[in-house]
Write a protein that binds this ligand. Structure first.
Ligand code: NAG
Ligand code: NAG
Ligand code: NAG
Ligand code: NAG
Ligand code: NAG
Ligand code: NAG
Ligand code: NAG
Ligand code: NAG
Ligand code: NAG
Ligand code: NAG
Ligand code: NAG
Ligand code: NAG
Length: 706
């Protein structure tokens, strides 16, 4: 830094400059307020400031461009920059500049056409009170996105900008209403991006004046009211994106006038009413995202006119009617469809099989009936299929068909069949498909039979849910050698025999091999009422509750140190609780209630700092309840139904076992309450916060990444 100063001093003294003196001094001030990474210093070795890195001059030696994007610059923007009155392009994007824009910066920048300050740490108001800052007449592109700016965008700031084409302020903290009148003085505007801010209130008429607007984005704000009518008259619009707001009212039928539209994103709002009947006129539409609204009615058959559709997301609405009113045969470009959580009825349309590019299909939570159509074998690109919560039949037929979809990774079929036979090895004799399957759910179908051994052939399986069926027999030992399995849910079946000790060898619960698959799922899915986009984020667990398992809890379970959830409740397990469970340091939920466990609760379980849910109720345990750690936070109900247990939580004092003649407690009741609550509470809260944070991140992720 010192040498740099000296260097500047030297330069100023020598006066051997070819570039304009005012520009030179402005640049000196600019470089004095920033620093570049020591490893890659800015090249300012020339005597002529027009030769400096990132500086470009015109024939009059006036600086016209200052382009230093992605140079790792730290520091602030000097007010002297406003003296570069010939500047046309300023690009300082992707640096770490902070502070606010200097007051009056634009006053003399009368030639500025392009201002790109995106991806910095700039903050503050664009137009401080009492200042009359406004963008120059010459400005065409302004990108302030991905900074920390806040406050209002006052229309007086953009009033003069009659040449404006591109205005991006996304991903800041701007408040107030969207400056709808932005096009009052400029009819050249093509791109407006207000997304990811804190804009609120109604969007007023005005955008309609932007007669050349192609992209309008204002998603992830708190905008309310109806979508303004005049937006529907901007015939040049290609991208119409207002997701994650509080827009209400219907989608106006005039939307079909936007014949250039390729992307319509209105998901996660409060829109009502039906889809415009002639929506098929929008033949350029590629992306139609209407999920999570309150749209109703049946799908207009004309939708098939949108022959370029690639992504069609309608989940979480009130749509209904025959799903087959939609003839998919023309929608050959479709890649992803999500009709989940509506009230569609009828059969899975065979015309769907003609959409050979489909990678993800979600029809879950509807009222579809009949069988999986055999033509689905044609969907060779299909990787994600969710049919859960429908009224289908013939699970064996479904598996025989779907095993030909070689790329299938995710198959959700819970609660969609009823009371059939569990597809066994005989019926799937030559099973050689499903080699890419990672998730298989067939829960809640009341399937009758045993855990079928064809599942052992699914070498990539990570999640297996066969809960709530009528599976009898024992838990097969080969489950323990499934290489990637980390969620096993066999709750509520009729399984008997011992829990095989081999389960304690599940590799994916012993060593973290998260590299194995970090890919995003094509569609999010619900799992324990949380929404997930990545398989990897799922809580790892073994659930075998509500069966008739017996014998001892195998000590080998203690090897599964990545386990988050262990549910052994409502079985006939006996013997004592293995000490080894205290090695499960990631455990958040441990339920062993409703068994015949005896002996004492190992004190070592108090080491499980992430344990937030614990129950050993209704067993035959004895002795003192451990203290410390999370044990100070569990309610009495976690321990009830064990007459021989004692401890302050149960308000039942323990018999003195020592031979020393200690002074007995005067008032055992009250003294129990003096025990430290602090630690456990802190740990519990910590674990809770982490979980909350994780879940919040996941949701945010879902909002941002589609
Ligand atoms: C710095 O820029 C000058 C011309 O402006 C050039 O001659 C010199 O090679 C550059 N130095 C480095 C290290 O790039
Ligand atoms: C350059 O800008 C600064 C700060 O805005 C101002 O104080 C100064 O008078 C200007 N210098 C010239 C020569 O215009
Ligand atoms: C600024 O520079 C970055 C990196 O070169 C470039 O991607 C971006 O398009 C430039 N901004 C403008 C408005 O030209
Ligand atoms: C907008 O700016 C003008 C002039 O700078 C000022 O008079 C007005 O109060 C500002 N409006 C708001 C809402 O801040
Ligand atoms: C606005 O900038 C963000 C980056 O901050 C970018 O992701 C987005 O695509 C830009 N908007 C438009 C419409 O180009
Ligand atoms: C939002 O801005 C922050 C800070 O510049 C950046 O790290 C992040 O990637 C941006 N998000 C998007 C979606 O552009
Ligand atoms: C659609 O917008 C027009 C104005 O463009 C309005 O007259 C009409 O009532 C709107 N229709 C619906 C169904 O809201
Ligand atoms: C759709 O919802 C609107 C109210 O938002 C209601 O008036 C209309 O009858 C509903 N249509 C159908 C087919 O349910
Ligand atoms: C179905 O959609 C409604 C409305 O968006 C939502 O409240 C509910 O949680 C969704 N249910 C499922 C299972 O996704
Ligand atoms: C769907 O459309 C194709 C061609 O447009 C036609 O051959 C077929 O019969 C239609 N299918 C149904 C179920 O209407
Ligand atoms: C199957 O998936 C792989 C890997 O994602 C991909 O390269 C391949 O093209 C897919 N096959 C088909 C038929 O889509
Ligand atoms: C296991 O299945 C039961 C019943 O279907 C369900 O309530 C539970 O959420 C599932 N748990 C896991 C971890 O899959």
């Amino acid at each position: 830094m010192a040498t740099l100063r000296f260097f500047f001093l030297l330069l100023s003294c020598l006066h051997v400059l070819t570039c304009d003196q005012v520009d030179h001094d402005s640049l000196i001030s600019f470089y004095q307020h920033i620093s570049s990474p020591p490893a890659t210093p800015l090249n300012l070795s020339s005597m002529d400031c027009c030769q400096w890195e990132g500086v470009f001059c015109d024939s009059n030696a006036r600086v016209t461009r200052l382009l230093l994007p992605g140079r790792g610059l730290l520091g602030t923007i000097t007010p002297f920059l406003g003296n570069l009155s010939s500047l046309t392009h300023l690009n300082l994007s992707h640096n770490q500049l902070s502070g606010s824009l200097p007051v009056g910066l634009f006053h003399n920048l009368n030639n500025l056409q392009t201002l790109d300050l995106s991806f910095n740490l700039l903050s503050g108001l664009l137009q401080p009170p009492q200042s009359s800052d406004s963008l120059p007449i010459s400005i065409q592109t302004i990108d302030l996105s991905s900074n920390l700016f806040n406050g209002l965008i006052n229309t007086s700031f953009i009033y003069r900008a009659s040449s404006l084409i591109n205005f991006n302020v996304s991903n800041n903290s701007f408040t107030g209403t969207i400056p709808s009148s932005i096009c009052r003085n400029s009819n050249r505007v093509k791109i407006l991006d207000f997304s990811m801010n804190k804009f609120s209130g109604h969007v007023f008429q005005g955008i309609g004046q932007c007669s050349r607007l192609e992209v309008f984005r204002a998603g992830l704000n708190s905008l309310t009211g109806w979508i303004p009518y005049d937006l529907y008259s901007v015939k040049t619009l290609k991208v119409f994106s207002l997701p994650n707001n509080y827009f209400s009212g219907p989608i106006n039928g005039s939307i079909v006038l936007l014949s250039k539209l390729s992307s319509l994103e209105l998901n996660d709002n409060e829109l009502t009413g039906e889809l415009p009947r002639n929506i098929g006129i929008l033949s350029n539409l590629k992306l139609l995202l209407l999920h999570t609204n309150s749209l109703n009615g049946s799908l207009p058959p004309s939708l098939t006119g949108c022959i370029n559709l690639r992504t069609l997301l309608l989940r979480n609405n009130l749509f209904g009617g025959e799903i087959s009113t939609l003839n998919f045969s023309k929608l050959q470009q479709l890649q992803v469809i999500d009709f989940g959580n509506n009230s569609f009825v009828g059969r899975i349309p065979e015309s769907l099989c003609l959409c050979k590019s489909l990678t993800a299909v979600r029809l879950a939570y509807n009222r579809l009936e009949s069988e999986v159509p055999p033509c689905m074998t044609a969907l060779t690109s299909l990787s994600h299929l969710s049919l859960s919560d429908n009224y289908l039949s013939n699970v064996i037929g479904a598996l025989k068909i779907l095993m030909h979809c070689d790329n299938l990774t995710v198959l959700f079929m819970s609660r969609c069949f009823h009371n059939e036979m569990m597809p066994d090895d005989y019926s799937l004799l030559h099973l050689n498909g499903f080699q890419n399957l990672q998730i298989l759910t067939l829960g809640g179908c009341q399937l009758i039979g045993q855990v079928p051994s064809w599942i052992a052939k699914l070498r990539k399986l990570k999640v297996l849910n066969l809960s709530l069926n009528q599976i009898s027999g024992s838990i097969p030992t080969w489950l323990g050698s499934m290489p990637d399995l980390f969620v096993l849910n066999l709750t509520q079946n009729h399984l008997s025999g011992e829990l095989p000790r081999e389960i304690g060898n599940l590799p994916a619960l012993i060593t973290d091999d998260t590299d194995s698959d970090l890919s995003y799922l094509a569609l999010p899915f619900l799992f324990n009422s949380l929404q997930y986009n990545r398989l990897f984020n799922l809580p790892r667990g073994i659930k075998v509750g509500s069966n008739s398992l017996s014998g001892k809890i195998p000590v080998e379970i203690g090897q599964l140190k990545l386990l988050h959830v262990l549910e052994l409740s409502n079985n006939n397990f006996n013997g004592s609780i293995p000490n080894q469970l205290s090695h499960l340091t990631n455990l958040e939920k441990l339920d062993m209630s409703g068994n015949h466990l005896s002996g004492e609760i190992p004190q070592s379980l108090a080491k499980l700092h992430f344990l937030s849910s614990f129950s050993i109720a209704n067993n035959d345990l004895q002795g003192e309840i451990p203290r410390g750690g999370q044990f100070d936070t569990f309610p009495a109900t976690s321990f009830q139904g064990n007459p021989k247990l004692c401890g302050y939580i149960l308000r039942r004092s323990c018999p003195l076992v020592t031979l020393d003649d200690k002074t007995p407690e005067e008032d055992p009741e009250s003294s129990w309450y003096n025990l430290p609550f602090g630690m456990g509470y802190v740990f519990g809260f910590f674990a809770f916060s982490i979980t909350l944070l994780f879940n919040t991140c996941k949701r945010l992720h879902h909002l941002v990444v589609r």
